[in-house]
Each structure stands twice: as structure tokens, then as C-alpha cells.
Design a protein around this ligand. Sequence first.
Ligand code: NAP
Length: 319
Amino acid sequence: MSQTNTAERPELLVVAPLMPFLMEALCREYTIHDRIHVSDPAAFGGVAPRIRGVVANGEAKVPRELIAQLPALEVISVFGVGYDGVDVAAAHERGVPVTNTPEVLNDDVADLAIGLMIAVARRIPQADRFVRANEWPNGPIALSRKVTGGRLGVVGMGRIGQAIAHRAAAFNMEIAYTARSPRPNLNYTYYPDAASLAAVVDFLIVITPGGAGTRGMIDARVLKALGPDGYLINVARGSVVDQPALIDALRNGVIAGAGLDVFVNEPNVPEELRAMLNVVLTPHIGSGTKQTREAMGQLTFDNLRAHFSGKPLLTPVDA
Ligand code: NAP
């Protein structure tokens, strides 16, 4: 679907479903072609030479082939902090900057990570179902796992990882982390890899970027190291966890449970996971509050406006 073309307005290709308030704001300033490359490839061929900007979200794909079809492309603005779906190298080769929405979502994603950790350990969804099914009069529900004072491992101690650690400190947790390099300014114990970290914690929260660098990083070996009393929380990307290995580990008691906001082939979640009682599953809602999505939309918009008015980008992704 394309809005009416007005000559002076830059033309943008939107490659993902966007929140209505962002779409409305974009339509006021730009000529928008909403996913026309998928819905009407013939019409896309006609407008492609005029497309000056691409708007994506954290899950959208902007591959090298698409970038190559847009000779007038000047900027790619991603609604989300993760941009693993965008071929940043291909964009930068063309001199096309990519922007994302860091910082504004740290609190929400950290809140959800802590929420999932407590939900899976204290079995809140199961307890809710127990009450609704009126099982309570038949006797008490089984005991659960204490969170406060537990040992937490954070895989990826960046902006969100630090927001998670800050919250965990209020739960008197012992905090350790892994990343490719230690952060000397942080007072948490560093481990060089996920397996050695998993071996010394009760809860392992994964919050790295997705993409080739982290694919399958949480594998059978890491899960074995986490052990039968350990819980995995993934709020990063589905690709960071070897999902079949996770299903095996959950099924065979290799780990105690998992809280998962992200999956390999979203929005499709394997039936095995959906049937398990020792998991808490959420549909990629890490940043999904009205307040934060509006802040992300504003930053996505402001980056585009900065670009098209010749000002420095607010949050460009590093080359
Ligand atoms: P960030 O500030 O860039 O932090 C990323 C952290 O991961 C850094 O500590 C980095 O440290 C580490 N890291 C990167 N590659 C690694 C590797 N190969 N092995 C081990 N550690 C690695 O990013 P952020 O803003 O915290 O966001 C992190 C990610 O969260 C995003 O990229 C996105 O995928 C995910 N996210 C999910 C949701 C959701 O809805 N569930 C919402 C927002 C973000 P080193 O560079 O030292 O390795």
C-alpha cells in the first residue's frame, strides 16, 4: 500500500508492521510505501529508485539484496535496539548509516527479565492456574524456588545487562557475567564464557545481541553446566539459544526451567515448549509497554528527521 506521492517529500520503504502512532507521524512527513516489496513486487520495481529511507523493526529483515535494489537509499532507521536483521555491513559499504533505539527500552527489558526469573522460579503462572482451576481446596500447591540471595549470571553485560544487574542487586543476588571482554568499571565477577558462568549460578539471564556472533551460544554444554537446579532466562534473541538442545534439557531435567521471551522462528513456538510446565513463555514483549514503544517510535522518527534535515543522527549504529 502506498500513500499519495508528493514530489518534495522523501519516499520511505517500511519493511515491518509499525505502531500506528509511528506510522501516522511518518505519513505526515514522508511518502510511505508500506511493505510494498512483499505485497506488490511489480509496483515496488517502479518506486524502488526513489526510496531514500528504510524503516524497520528489531525483527525485520533488510538484507544485502534489498539494499542493492535501492540506489537512492540514504538511511535505515530501526525501531528497536537489536538490528541483527539488517545487513549493516552492506549498508555501510554503500555509505548508508543505520540507526536504532538504544537506552529508552533498558528498563522495560530488564523488568521483564526479572519478572520472568521470578515467574518461573516461584511458578506464578502455575499458581494462577491452580487457583483458577479451584484446586486449592484440595490442598496446597507444591513449594517453589527462592530468588532473593540466589546467584545470577548475566550473559551480555551491556546497557540492558547492567539494568538487570542493578535490579538483581536489590534482591541481594550474587552477580557474575560474561561478555567478549570484561568491564573493569563494574564490580561483578567476570567469566570468559557462558559455560564457566553457567556452572556457578542458579539463574542465567541471556541479553546479548543476536546475529552470527552469538548464534547457538547457549548450547547443550552450557545447559549441562547450569544444571538440574538452574534456570535459563532468554530476553535476547531466539537465535542465541540452541532451541532443540534447550527443549531436550527441559524435557530431561538437565535444567530446572526456563523463562523465554524470544524464540528461533517467531511467532511460531514449538509445541514441545508450549506443552511444558517448567517454562514461562512470553511473545517477545521485552520493550512492550505503551510508554517505551512511544519513546522508541519517537527516536526512530527523530533519527529520520535529523537525517533529512542535515543534522547529525542521534543514535547511529557503529560501523
Ligand atoms: P549492548 O549495550 O550492545 O550490550 C550487548 C552486550 O552483549 C555487551 O555486554 C557485549 O559485550 C555482549 N556481547 C556482544 N556479543 C557477544 C558475544 N559474541 N559473546 C558474548 N557477549 C557478547 O546491547 P543492549 O542495548 O543491552 O541490547 C542487547 C540485546 O538485547 C539487543 O541486541 C537485542 O537483541 C536484545 N533485546 C531484546 C528485547 C526483547 O524484546 N526481548 C528488547 C531489546 C533488546 P562485548 O562487546 O564485550 O562482548
